[in-house]
Structure formats: structure tokens, C-alpha cells
Design a protein around this ligand. Structure first.
Ligand code: GDP
Ligand code: K
Ligand code: MG
Length: 285
């Protein structure tokens, strides 16, 4: 029978451990609990003849190199390459949660999104066409309530479909996409990517798009990684020119420009999906 390695990725308190417990029968602590150690819990589940190895990862808002949690989750994804990521998204706080989703999409992974806390979302009277939203991000979205188990079956069915490369019923428009960060940033990503791709070994191990974006964000770990390559200096100098180009065209440093582009993508997608709730705030602009 098939074994599918699944990693649970999402913001703190979005319901990852509730899903983990529900699916695996474990009794890990849920709720406002910040552990002192950054680690991963492993559990198992069976569904429709498949065996699932589940890894409950620490909560994280981003995949930058600023906190031990973020670096840990990033390392787990890159080095352990799970077959499918379940990205748990708190639907009642959707704008902020989708920021992490944009970074997972940049990594070119097989992703299924669980729109969790859907009970809270609905009880507030909020509306959202989640199939439209899913198509805009290139990932299937399944509404869930992990407190009660609502949506969990459909979630695991969808994980199997994505793992097998099958079209997801009712979500035939889903295909992996590159989120469009606007022409200056996209041109810069292409320039950096071309220089990175001169290295055969890195070309097949990492998403060079994700690595290029991290370099444009001046990510120290990404810099460290490329400096170990024979053309490390050329990569960094290409990045520096690209960052200057972004600054010249957008009047923002490349890190800020990328963050604003990502929130622009999120706002645009939520608007198209008919969800005004997520677009009300202007906290990040
Ligand atoms: P984690 O930090 O991502 O592991 O989140 P937890 O699983 O610890 O959940 C955080 C809190 O949200 C807990 O109090 C859960 O009982 C609660 N919770 C989880 N899923 C849902 C849901 O779908 N709806 C509601 N209303 N509460 C939920
Ligand atoms: K937590
Ligand atoms: Mg947890």
C-alpha cells in the first residue's frame, strides 16, 4: 500500500494540532501553548487504503530566517521533502494566514489548503468562493472545522488526489502557478534564478524560484547557501543589481517591495473570490 508523508504547516493557533490529534488519535496539547523547544510531532493515520505519516510542525507566520520556528519549518520542508503539505489556514484571519501560503506556493510544493475555523468564519456572516480563491493560488482549498472533524475526510481525499496527480473533483482548474509579484520583481527573480541555475546540483534539490525570492529579501541563510556554490559571488552580485533595479522602479527596498506585492496578490485574490473581510485592513501597506 502507499505511504504518503504529510507535513502540517500554518500560523500558530490555526488548528494544526487539532487536525493532528483528530487524524492520528494522538493527545497533543492544543490551544495557546508555546513550547520551549522547536520540534515536530509524528503520528500516523490510515484512510482509503493509504498510510499517512503526519508531521505537526511549529506554527509560523512566514518562511524567512528571522526566528528558530521559521528556519526549522523551512529546513523540514527542504530536507525532508514531504509528499504533500497540508497548509492549515485560519479562515477567520485569512489575510495574514495567506501570507505564508504565498511562500509555500513559491516553493513549488504539492499543497492542499485547509480553510479551518470555517465555523467562526460562517458565524460572522463572511462569504468566500473558496474554489475561486484556490484556483488563484493554484491549490485546492477545503473548508474545515478541526474541533468537530468537519471536512477532514474531504481533506484527506484531496491529499490523495494531489499526491496521485489526479484532478481534484470540483476543482478541475487547479494547477501549480507562479504568483505574479509584478513585472519588476518577476524580472528580478528571473535574473537571479538564471545565475543560480548554472549549478546542476542546486537545480534539482531546491526550488530556485523560492531561493531567488529569498535572496531578493536579503535572507541571510539563502546568502550563506549560495556562497557555498562556485559562482556564489556572481549570484550575490546579480541579486544586488536586481535589488537596485527594484528600488529604482518601485522606490522600495526589495524586501518591502516583495512583501507589499504578496499582500497585493492576497487582496486581489480575496476580492475576486468575493471576500471583503480579508481586504478591509490596511495594516501592511
Ligand atoms: P495550532 O497552534 O495550529 O496547533 O492550533 P491548535 O490545534 O492548538 O488550536 C488552537 C485553538 O483553536 C484550540 O483551542 C482549538 O480547540 C481551536 N480550534 C481548532 N480548530 C478549530 C475550528 O475549526 N473551529 C474553532 N472554533 N476552533 C478550533
Ligand atoms: K500553538
Ligand atoms: Mg500546535
Amino acid at each position: 500500500s502507499h505511504t504518503i508523508n504529510v507535513a502540517l504547516v500554518g500560523n500558530p493557533n490555526c488548528g494544526k494540532t487539532s487536525l493532528f490529534n483528530f487524524a492520528s488519535g494522538a493527545h497533543e496539547r492544543v490551544g495557546n501553548y508555546s513550547g520551549v523547544t522547536v520540534d515536530a510531532k509524528e503520528g500516523h493515520a490510515q484512510f482509503e487504503g493509504y498510510q499517512f505519516n503526519l508531521v505537526d510542525l511549529p506554527g509560523t507566520y512566514s518562511l524567512s530566517a528571522y526566528s528558530p520556528e521559521e528556519l526549522y519549518v523551512r529546513k523540514q520542508i527542504i530536507e525532508n521533502t514531504p509528499d504533500v503539505i497540508i497548509n492549515v489556514i485560519d479562515a477567520s484571519n485569512i489575510e495574514r494566514n495567506l501570507y505564508l501560503t504565498t511562500q509555500l506556493v513559491d516553493m513549488n510544493l504539492k499543497i492542499v489548503g485547509a480553510l479551518n475555523m470555517f465555523d467562526e468564519f460562517e458565524s460572522r456572516g463572511d462569504k468566500l468562493d473558496y474554489n475561486v480563491l484556490g484556483e488563484l493560488f493554484g491549490i485546492p482549498l477545503v473548508p474545515t472545522v478541526f474541533k468537530s472533524g468537519r471536512g477532514v475526510e474531504e481533506l484527506f481525499k484531496t491529499v490523495i488526489d494531489i499526491y496521485e496527480g489526479r484532478p481534484v473533483p470540483g476543482k478541475s482548474g487547479i494547477r501549480h502557478i507562479h504568483l505574479n509579484h509584478g513585472k519588476y520583481i518577476e524580472q528580478s527573480i528571473e535574473d537571479v534564478k538564471k545565475e543560480i541555475q548554472k549549478n546542476e546540483q542546486i537545480r534539482y534539490k531546491y526550488s530556485t524560484r523560492f531561493l531567488s525570492i529569498k535572496l531578493l529579501e536579503k535572507d541571510a541563510k539563502a546568502e550563506e547557501l549560495v556562497m557555498s556554490l562556485p559562482n556564489g559571488r556572481e549570484i550575490i552580485s546579480t541579486r544586488d543589481s536586481a535589488a537596485e533595479y527594484i528600488m529604482k522602479e518601485t522606490k522600495e527596498d526589495s524586501e518591502t517591495a516583495i512583501m507589499n506585492a504578496k499582500y497585493g496578490i492576497i487582496h486581489g485574490a480575496l476580492h475576486e473570490a468575493g471576500c471583503e473581510e480579508g481586504t478591509k485592513t490596511d495594516t501592511y501597506q
